[in-house]
Design a protein around this ligand. Structure first.
Ligand SMILES: Cc1cc2nc3c(=O)[nH]c(=O)nc-3n(C[C@H](O)[C@H](O)[C@H](O)COP(=O)(O)O)c2cc1C
Length: 189
């Protein structure tokens, strides 16, 4: 494969769009859109810009939910990713429905097929990467739409339909996954 060195300032190679929901310190439910996340076992890690209202509230209230939207919620992803909770109540703006989690003090988004209930454990700001905060949280619970579960309560992997965030410094785009396409890892060797 011939490759060329490029001078992109960023290269987002396909991260699922997630909607973070929380109650702020005044108990107002709000939402922000992120794509920078990973999870391993019961830990989840998010990368958030320091000016984010969601970040500064979650540092205080600790509990939040990571919701995984699908293609039915494109406008909602944009609204929650282009307006700040500083000035906007994004549940009201989008018409999304907050549903109180039964195990943490945070609202889940009813319209998202997956909601992961989290509690903040660590906040990291590095000298080398000013302006970005990395937060770590413990996963307290996971709720999955019954449409995505088989009779044995396993995920129907090929029906999970996240939207990916892909881009460089010229543009950032949404990229769509295809339903009914999945293979087990390890099945190619
Ligand atoms: C698809 C998408 C993905 C985004 N991913 C991130 C991200 O990973 N980290 C981040 O800090 N901001 C991200 N943003 C930008 C924030 O959502 C945006 O700054 C938002 O206005 C912050 O809202 P808040 O102040 O209510 O937290 C993303 C925006 C979009 C539309």
């Amino acid at each position: 494969m011939d490759k060329k060195s490029v001078n992109f300032k960023k290269l987002y190679y396909g991260f699922p769009v997630i909607l973070i929901s929380y109650y702020d310190e005044n108990d107002v439910p709000n939402i922000t859109t992120l794509s920078s996340s990973f999870t391993l076992t019961n830990m989840i890690c998010l990368g958030i810009g320091n000016n984010s209202y969601a970040l500064n509230q979650i540092k205080k209230v600790k509990d939040f939910v990571v919701n995984i939207p699908d293609r039915n919620l494109m406008k909602e992803m944009d609204i929650c990713g282009y307006l700040s909770g500083n000035k906007s109540r994004k549940f009201e703006l989008t018409g999304l429905t907050p549903v109180q989690s039964s195990i943490i003090k945070a609202p889940m988004i009813k319209e998202c097929p997956i909601s992961i209930e989290c509690s903040l454990t660590n906040v990291t700001e590095l000298e080398d990467f000013k302006g970005i905060t990395t937060i770590f949280a413990a996963i307290k619970g996971r709720c999955v739409s019954t449409d995505l579960l088989d009779d044995e309560e396993h995920l129907i992997y090929s029906l999970l339909n996240p939207v990916l965030y892909v881009g460089d410094n010229a543009n950032k785009t949404y990229r769509y996954t295809e339903k009914y396409k999945s293979d087990n890892s390890g099945s190619f060797i």
